[in-house]
Write a protein that binds this ligand. Structure first.
Ligand SMILES: [Zn+2]
Length: 581
């Protein structure tokens, strides 16, 4: 095997070789890549040795001898792969890049895996934030903490006696004593605005610090705000980190007019290094007429025209709550849970949009020929969504529109078949299985997870699904929330192994390596309507590919998750190369 240094040197020593006499310069490739293991992920999953690129597109794949023969002196760059594995550029079906990129604009936020990590972070902030001003943590999911519980009011007081503190997660907030005081939350406090929420009380009837659904009454911290130029610079840095992680295309599943402007400006300046597809959001509360008007506005977007870099594919709404906040909408009751404050044995979670309104939205989006998708974590949310799709399908055929179910974590045998039958595009996050199965097993028991991310069954039924991260906060493939390292995600689909959990989570749903690669390449290309352009290494497609440091088809399975990307090419241009060590 070649060392990393050797590989880098070989790539640097790109050179031109004598071509075949008489070949027209017009027909010669701009570059050839020889002597590798080129995993094409075409329909037959062929593995070749070499590929040729011209004008940003792949013009040939084949043996090293075949491709070398295409090269022409003075015209073709020759890259020796040194036996390395080449994969199609990976695709993430679900990111929130613009917001994630600026989450740490004010200050760096460390990973928090334990209650002590949380307290250390808050203690560090007390040395920077002026006394009396708010300190807040955001989206530190309690079920992802080792102890799987909230920090207590007393613990927060001990590290921050002179700052109001808000440990914010999902719809709930744990406050310290000064935080309660600043909000006026005392034993007599009541909700008077007609909205949701309540204060948890201790045995003596005093607030214990946990404010449920009351975020609207709690002020946020004072943080430095990014300018539009800051937004764009950070977004560009994040896209380069996606390249470093192996991605050449992503789908933003929550685009807003503001975030689309940032992408658009990068596109204008030729600074996009990742192809971006957009699912734009619209409000789902208020008068139905204004909602439908918002859909019409999205449908009029100039970004619907085909474009290799930035393309609007449809809309996205949030249909239910989350599985990390006790609010995904389930067919069976959730069961009691003190962390989430669930004490009602019949509680099944939260549905945000009633069925008749959902149908009206789907009908409007489909009428415009756009993909509709909805955040639907629980099996009851998935069922509501499929009910709506099937109802609208009787008026407007939906198969070609690739309607989406986003997350689709909890499924049933019936849902798997219904989604396959209607040609629905599932957008699934394996990292949730890895990070959250421990607490899900505790909550629901192992059997109720039988169809949790049932990838094997989905593909066996002819269904379509693409892998995504739901990356929403921070930059860094493993430190981000959610982590977007695609090799960890693929490893999870193959091993069905979860952090802090012994054994596998329903290994009968495990994918093969081939299926895991397809999940992050050709299937995702289909999910985002780019299957003719990307997703495999075939003549006519974009020259989007990555060179990795190991043979992902043959390495010991636990080494797959450690895979490093050595180089990333998008449209025939190298956008990332790992520094030689
Ligand atoms: Zn999301």
């Amino acid at each position: 095997m070649f060392s990393r240094r050797g590989f880098a040197a070989l790539l640097l020593l790109s050179f031109t070789i004598p071509g075949l006499a008489g070949r027209a310069a017009e027909a010669a490739p701009d570059a050839v890549f020889l002597g590798g293991k080129v995993v094409t992920v075409d329909a037959d999953f062929r593995v070749r040795e070499a590929l040729a690129v011209r004008d940003g597109k792949i013009v040939a794949v084949g043996s090293t001898a075949e491709i070398r023969a295409l090269a022409q002196a003075g015209r073709t760059q020759v890259h020796e792969l040194g036996g390395r594995t080449v994969l199609p550029g990976l695709i993430d079906s679900h990111v929130h890049a613009p917001a994630a990129a600026v989450f740490e604009f004010d200050h760096e936020i460390p990973a928090m895996e334990t209650i002590q990590d949380v307290l250390d972070y808050i203690a560090a902030r007390t040395r920077i934030v002026p006394e009396g001003e708010w300190i807040q943590t955001q989206q530190v999911f309690i079920t992802r903490l080792r102890e799987a519980r909230y920090p207590t009011r007393a613990e927060l007081d001990a590290v921050a006696p002179r700052h109001p503190v808000n440990f914010r997660t999902g719809p709930d907030n744990m406050l310290n004593t000064l935080g309660l005081k600043k909000c006026g939350f005392d034993r007599a406090w009541q909700v008077t605005d007609g909205g949701p929420g309540y204060l948890e009380k201790d045995a003596a009837g005093d607030p214990n610090g946990l404010a449920r659904g009351l975020g609207r009454f709690i002020p946020g911290p004072k943080l430095r705000k990014p300018t539009p130029a800051d937004h764009e610079a950070r977004l560009r840095a994040l896209l380069l980190d996606y390249n470093r992680s192996g991605f050449t295309a992503v789908c933003d599943r929550g685009a807003s007019p503001e975030s689309i402007r940032y992408y658009g400006n990068l596109r204008e300046r030729g600074e996009l290094t990742v192809r971006v597809s957009l699912s734009q959001t619209f409000p789902t509360v208020g008068a139905l007429e204004s909602i439908l008007w918002a859909i019409d506005r999205i449908a009029a977007s100039p970004l619907r025209r085909p474009d290799p870099w930035l393309h609007l594919i449809g809309t996205k709404i949030w249909l239910d709550g989350g599985m990390l906040t006790g609010s995904s909408y389930m067919l069976q009751p959730w069961g009691r849970n003190e962390n989430y404050g669930i004490r009602d044995d019949t509680y099944r979670g939260v549905l945000n949009v009633p069925p008749d309104r959902l149908r009206a939205m789907v009908r409007r989006v489909a009428g415009h020929g756009l993909q509709f998708t909805a955040h639907a974590v629980g099996d009851a949310a998935g069922t509501e969504l499929m009910d709506a799709y099937e109802a609208v399908d009787r008026e407007i055929p939906l198969r070609g529109l690739r309607m989406g179910v986003t997350h689709s974590n909890f499924m049933t045998r019936e849902l798997i078949e219904r989604t396959a039958k209607l040609g629905v595009a599932l957008d699934i996050q394996p990292i949730w299985l890895h990070l959250d199965a421990r607490s899900l097993v505790q909550q629901f028991g192992y059997e109720r997870l039988r169809y949790f991310q049932p990838l094997k069954s989905i593909f066996a039924s002819g269904g379509k699904a693409g892998g995504g991260s739901d990356h929403m906060l921070k930059i860094g493939d493993l430190r981000a929330i959610n982590p977007y390292n695609p090799f960890l995600a693929m490893w999870t689909t193959i091993t069905r192994r979860a952090k802090w959990h012994e054994g596998q989570i329903h290994p009968e749903e495990a994918l093969t390596r081939r299926e895991a690669l397809e999940f992050y390449t050709r299937h995702n290309a289909w999910v985002i309507f780019r299957e003719k352009e990307i997703g495999s290494l075939e003549p006519g497609k974009q020259a989007d590919f990555i060179v990795v440091d190991r043979d992902v088809l043959a390495c010991p399975i636990d080494e797959l998750r450690e895979t490093q990307v050595l180089a990333t090419w998008v449209g025939g241009r190298e956008v990332y190369r790992r520094a030689a060590r």
